[in-house]
Design a protein around this ligand. Structure first.
Ligand code: SF4
Ligand SMILES: [Zn+2]
Length: 461
């Protein structure tokens, strides 16, 4: 079936990572632009593969090109609602191709081609061919398929605009319903190939954290393939509507995570937050010093108030782990009226990147707009604190003790006690006493550790 393709195509290649040392070129990704889009159309020329722009043999080692993957499909029983779910499989299916690496989704894609693949004379045309075969195999409803791959900048730009319009339309649809309006939610296990205990809970108010799948998409997908990775689950008893905890969601996640996660709050970051596989568009993170929550998205390259960039934070809370104080989420979820409602919604948000903030202008309550700082206002805890006080962010009531006062000029006068209360809902573990050997010294390595101390004393002997 894949005889015309000079590299191996199989699920075995899925875990392949192409690092800079064995990379020939990079396509899309953080240093360029790109997108992927699946479109259901009435008539499609089956098997048509087109590369618009330079092919791999016209590129030089180390170059970066913009990249677009457009997949047109036709089938009597194919509904437009299936586009999102079918499109989400592009990631997995591209990775079946040995020597080609695909990360993320939608307009966040990031691809690489290995030098080994180039030596075998692999071309983008072959990627298109492999995708057309794999998609038809995976989705029997597809009767005809055409794949267009763009590498020419202007073409990618106009394709990207088209794709963004489609994403906006799909996302807007999810806002028609609320969690209360339905009896069933959906579970998605697609990311278990690399995060074996992770299950996404998709509700009308919480679009999946990859941002590519909403409740309507799941409904269509589970109807099309009831035994597939997306399945319907009854909500069961509402245990806490504010936090978004449901008896049957808990039972299902316990089963699907092999007992690793037993409870989940769909709308909060504390206690039992939604687990994160790794493809989240953004991460919400607790800032204990100010008892508030920050959010950072994949696009942001700088340091967050926790002193680490998005990439390090993503590493700490991905893999399907339930890490209290952190949750991966989609940008669409930030447009939901239930966005982190268990924790105080936008009233608890005390930092986010400027670009993200601008994109959410319609959704951030007007009275909070000027009160939430971005990297342009502050990034250190002290500066954020001052900004929040100066702009009278409602969080200030939480972290200032009653005996603290704010002078008319906005400066804060501390009360007798320390002004930050210890967050009540975060478990604080006390380290056991360690006795140091008299000579030779010790090396202590903390991995994934967060240490809060009232005082640290280091004395010279
Ligand atoms: S991130 Fe969640 S919803 Fe998206 S593909 Fe993975 S498991 Fe499914
Ligand atoms: Zn994922």
């Amino acid at each position: 079936m894949f005889e015309d393709i000079p590299v191996d195509v199989s699920p075995m290649n899925e875990g392949e990572r192409i690092r800079s040392a064995n990379m020939f070129v990079e396509l899309a990704g953080p240093k360029s632009i790109g997108a992927e889009l699946v479109q259901v159309e009435e008539s499609v020329e089956d098997g048509k593969i087109e590369v618009i722009g330079p092919e791999l043999n016209e590129m030089k080692q180390g170059e970066i090109f913009p990249f677009g993957i457009k997949i047109q499909i036709q089938g009597e029983n194919l509904e437009k609602e299936l586009e999102g779910v079918i499109e989400r499989r592009t990631h997995e299916l591209c990775n079946y191709v040995h020597g080609f690496m695909h990360l993320n989704q939608r307009d966040q894609i990031w691809c690489r081609v290995s030098t080994e693949a180039i030596e075998s004379d692999f071309k983008l045309e072959h990627l298109g061919k492999a995708l057309s075969i794999l998609f038809k195999e995976e989705f029997t409803l597809i009767e005809s398929i055409a794949v267009t791959l763009f590498t020419e900048e202007d073409q990618v730009k106009s394709f990207l605009n088209l794709a963004k319009e489609q994403y906006i339309q799909r996302d807007a649809r999810s806002r028609e319903l609320s969690d209360e309006d339905v009896d069933v939610f959906y579970g998605c296990l697609m990311c278990q190939s690399f995060a074996p205990t992770h299950m996404c809970v998709v509700t009308p108010d919480r679009t999946a954290l990859c941002g590519a799948i909403n409740w309507f998409d799941c409904r269509a997908a589970s109807k099309m393939d009831p035994d597939g990775p997306i399945f319907e689950m009854e909500k069961g008893e509402v245990l806490d509507s504010e936090k978004g905890e449901y008896s049957n969601v808990n039972e299902t996640i316990a089963e699907k995570s092999q007992g690793t996660t037993e409870r989940v709050y769909v709308h909060g970051v504390f206690d039992y937050p939604h687990t994160s596989c790794g493809c989240f568009e953004a991460v919400a993170f607790y800032i204990p010093e100010l008892d508030g929550i920050g959010v950072v998205d994949r696009e942001f390259r700088g340091e967050t108030p926790l002193g680490i960039p998005f990439s390090s934070m993503a590493g700490q809370c991905s893999g399907g782990k339930q890490v209290e104080g952190f949750t991966g989420l989609s940008l669409e979820y930030m447009r939901s009226p239930k966005f982190l409602q268990a924790d105080g919604a936008y009233g608890r948000i005390i930092w986010m990147p400027n670009e993200m903030k601008q994109s959410l202008q319609e959704f951030i309550p007007e009275e909070l707009w000027d009160k939430i700082p971005t990297e342009e206002d502050a990034t250190s805890i002290q500066d954020i604190e001052q900004y929040l006080i100066d702009h009278q962010h409602p969080i200030v009531d939480r972290f200032l003790k009653p005996e603290d006062e704010i002078e008319e000029d906005g400066t804060q006068v501390e009360g007798e006690e320390t002004k930050h209360e210890e967050p009540s809902n975060i478990t604080v573990t006390t380290a056991p006493e360690i006795s140091m050997p008299a000579s030779g010294g010790v090396k202590i390595i903390f991995k994934n550790a967060k240490i809060y101390a009232e005082k640290v004393i280091i004395k010279r002997k």
